[in-house]
Design a protein around this ligand. Sequence first.
Ligand SMILES: [Zn+2]
Length: 240
Amino acid sequence: MNLYKCFLTKNNCYKACQTIVPKGIMVHSTGANNPNLRRYVGPDDGLLGPASSSNWNTAKPGGISVCVHAFIGKLADGSIATYQTLPWDMRGWHAGGSANNTHIGFEICEDGLKGIDYFKKVYDEAVELCVYLCKQFSLTEKDIICHSEGAKLGIASNHSDVMHWFPKHGKNMDYFREDVKKLLIVGEAHFGIYTVVKGDSLWKIAAARLRNGARYSEIKALNGLTSDIIQPGQKLKIPK
Ligand SMILES: [Zn+2]
């Protein structure tokens, strides 16, 4: 995954600054033939290229009234990237329904829907982004839906994305979830689980399990810990 950050701080959704506890992920596609990230994301960081005048880093009135957590599309040099545009736990305005309160939403920039090379690249990027988010928020592939599936569930507005696009290239959301699941399983094979007991410290666990106390920072990073405090009963992933 080729992940960058460019928060859309001028968008009213960002300014509203409401938080959510992510319970799922909603996959969108833009519905317009323009695969360039600079159409939606700005300002230019030297990779995006000059932002379009109708980019989403603008406020209502006169600007954009919706916002997603990320876009996947083309950089100025034509390569594929993901741009995170809101903090993942900030409430987005992407679903047109109650899924805004529960789901991280991202847009895949559409081309004319016919390019198979472009589709393969952005599809793989979207799978990797979902794997990354599933790990970060303890979600599984079952927690991933697209906008049109959200509409059927009554938690999103009546849009057809991404099912007007994926089937043109032999994919659908079931394949997508299956591809996320495969990578999640591979990821799990790379670490073991250790349950913290009384008297443990990260250093002690690293010394016992990794034969080097100084490697405690690897355990910290793998588990996304921001402090050294651990509690008995807590389950930690340990690198293999
Ligand atoms: Zn959508």
